[in-house]
Design a protein. Structure first.
Length: 120
């Protein structure tokens, strides 16, 4: 699965939908591919490291596409999110991100980013 359209900073369209088994509320992760990792003892490849950018959930499903929303999205009205509170206190969103091993440029979601469903 891939990001095919950016709606706004919190919502994205992916190229998979109910025909591929996605359902409303499914958890997904947007990620990029890192380097190939080798077992230091055997020297055998363990595969390509997946570097997660953002966790999301499915908010709308069609046959061949779906809309996903960032789990870090600011609420519509009501109390501010943890990230917006952090920003009000002078921090940045990256300070609270579980993926702060990525640079801010690497954390930006772009068309073509890989997406995969997370198992419950």
């Amino acid at each position: 699965m891939k990001i095919v359209k950016i709606i706004d900073s919190d919502n994205y369209v992916i190229n998979a939908g109910s025909n591929q088994g996605l359902r409303l509320g499914d958890k997904v992760v947007v990620y990029l591919l890192g380097e190939e990792i080798f077992d230091p003892e055997s020297g055998k490849s363990m595969g390509i490291l997946e570097l997660p950018k953002l966790q999301c959930h499915v908010t709308h499903v069609q046959d061949t596409m779906a809309i996903i929303r960032s789990n870090d999205a600011k609420p519509k009205g009501g109390l501010p999110s943890t990230i917006s509170m952090l920003q009000m206190l002078g921090g940045t969103a990256g300070d609270s991100s579980p993926y702060n091993f990525l640079s801010s440029d690497q954390r930006k979601v772009v068309v073509g980013d890989l997406v995969k469903k997370l198992e419950d």
